[in-house]
Design a protein around this ligand. Structure first.
Ligand code: SF4
Length: 267
């Protein structure tokens, strides 16, 4: 068991990167909420987080349970609609097609976008963005080991460390990798934890879990946001999470995109 806990997920060797969707919107969560941002949602994840209980229908009408982006996680059921990116130039072409204002933020999300952190396609695209002074944020579950020495461009990125709690229904050894998130905290320009919490579980056990994770973490900012895939669910958890943030001195993050666009994707 001890041995298992020290095994890190490393990226699969791939020659294409699956792109689920791209869209220009405002950042809806975390420290940079409200900032106009171009989102790239990459497909695939090393977790499934069925505990979040979101249901997505496939084209055939099957109901798949997972997180609110299960359509970007479950390749078997949704992968046929993902686009295959074979070169960094394809990413750059998409980026240029938006004709964005200078310095616009770019958000790499998923699924788990760092599954592809050792892939030259992604590395070259990041180098392109960073050299043009775009702020690049990775929304990550913080379990994928990044080689900052081999790929220094990752030091210039920002990481929203969305370490999963037991409400994800994933095993602890799979979702909490202290040496991985501490390496990111100590290597990158800016990082912050982003926990997804629901009011009911906060009173029961989630606070203990958050404290346990933070006791292993090097210092960085802590953000909490209300769980929910719909406006209704987010609203139901909002006040409890605000109270919790006030009591701990954490930053409250809304989920602006859900509050504004509810369950709509690509906004
Ligand atoms: S880690 Fe994130 S993207 Fe992956 S299944 Fe869990 S919530 Fe979804």
């Amino acid at each position: 068991m001890e041995k298992l806990q020290n095994v890190h997920f490393t990226k699969p060797v791939v020659d294409v990167i699956p792109l689920v969707e791209h869209f220009y919107s405002i950042q809806g969560e975390g420290k940079y909420t409200g900032t106009p941002s171009l989102f790239f949602r990459l497909g695939g994840c090393n977790m499934s987080c069925r505990g979040f209980g979101c249901v997505e229908k496939t084209a055939d009408g099957d109901e798949i349970v997972g997180c609110d982006t299960v359509y970007a996680v479950d390749k078997k059921h949704f992968g046929s609609s993902w686009q295959s990116i074979k070169t960094a130039d394809e990413f750059i072409e998409i980026f240029n097609s938006y004709n964005l204002p200078d310095d616009t933020d770019v958000v790499m999300t998923g699924g788990e976008p760092l599954l592809y952190c050792n892939d030259e396609i992604l590395v070259s695209f990041l180098e392109f963005l960073i050299s043009r002074h775009h702020r690049v944020t990775f929304e990550t579950n913080a379990t994928v080991d990044i080689d900052f020495e081999k790929y220094p461009v990752y030091k210039s990125c920002i990481y929203a460390l969305s370490v999963k709690l037991s409400n994800s229904a994933e095993e602890y050894s799979k979702r909490v990798k202290a040496d991985v998130f501490n390496k990111i905290i100590n290597s990158a320009d800016d990082t912050f934890f982003k926990f997804t919490v629901d009011e009911k579980s906060l009173h029961l056990s989630l606070d203990k879990e958050i404290q346990e994770i933070l006791s292993k973490a090097d210092k960085t900012e802590v953000t909490c946001m209300p769980q929910g895939a719909s406006k209704e669910e987010v609203e139901a958890n909002t006040h409890g999470v605000i109270q919790y943030c006030k009591s701990k001195g954490y930053r409250y993050s809304d989920r602006l995109h859900i509050r504004i666009w509810d369950k709509n994707k690509g906004v």
